[in-house]
Design a protein around this ligand. Structure first.
Ligand SMILES: N[C@@H](CCC(=O)N[C@@H](CS)C(=O)NCC(=O)O)C(=O)O
Length: 230
């Protein structure tokens, strides 16, 4: 039975969620086919069993699983005969560290650079909800959050230093091959790539080369999504 993925969708069918990208890369890594259901923010409460507050959510053979990390754990458990996302319990523990590094350091720095750009690519039905909820969260207008962002790009790049140094010894966070750890960071940068024309990484940054490698993984599922035009 085909897995259903509820995938956050902006205007012009832009699939923007950093967390849904983690799940799409995880499904592709496992070689599982899935049906992607485009989901605006304001329709999340009515998807699947009607109990959901965030996406990604998957439905697999009657089971409803939410949260990108829990979905990856589920996929490794249930489809254990397919390529592993974590490489076992130790890998899962290390991936939690990557998830929290991204949550604490990378995502907040990035959100402050692109949040108004993200608002600009949403469907009309989501526009007011996103503005209101994010302005409440940040305590400022979206445009004010993003203002002066050129001065904060270096600070954002600095949050990626652990990845940069890791790439000096290996092509992926997972080692020789990509793992769910890579998809956690990839999804975050892919969110920016599809939503904003801001140049985030220097051309000679090893993180930029790694991101290009990730875009090409699994038949280029990441690259198939168009980058936001300048
Ligand atoms: N920890 C969750 C976070 C998911 C999440 O925050 N998703 C956002 C989309 S990027 C969402 O659905 N937000 C709903 C809202 O803001 O109303 C995961 O990893 O799946």
């Amino acid at each position: 039975m085909t897995i259903i993925l509820y995938d956050l969708c902006g205007a012009s069918d832009i699939r923007l969620s950093p967390y849904c990208w983690r799940t799409k890369m995880a499904l592709a890594h496992k070689g599982l086919s899935f049906e992607s259901r485009p989901t605006p923010f304001t329709e999340i409460p009515s998807i699947a069993d009607g109990q959901q507050k965030t996406v990604p959510v998957i439905e697999d053979d009657g089971r409803v699983i939410r949260d990108s990390f829990d979905i990856a754990v589920y996929l490794d458990d249930v489809y254990a005969d397919r390529p592993s996302l974590f490489g076992g319990a130790g890998g899962q523990g290390a991936a939690r560290f990557v998830e929290n590094w991204v949550k604490v350091s990378v995502l907040p720095a990035l959100a402050g650079l692109i949040v108004a750009d993200v608002h600009a690519i949403l469907q009309d039905i989501d526009s007011a909800y996103f503005r209101e909820s994010r302005e409440k969260r940040f305590g400022r207008a979206l445009e004010d959050i993003q203002a002066g962002r050129e001065d904060r790009v270096d600070a954002f790049r600095a949050t990626l230093e652990p990845l940069r140094q890791t790439l000096a010894t290996q092509p992926f966070i997972g080692g020789a091959e990509a793992s769910f750890c890579d998809y956690i960071v990839f999804g975050t940068l892919q969110w920016a790539r599809v939503s904003s024309a801001l140049k985030l990484l220097a051309d000679d940054d090893p993180v930029a080369a790694w991101f290009e490698r990730c875009l090409d993984l699994h038949g280029g599922v990441g690259r198939a999504a168009p980058a936001k035009a300048a």
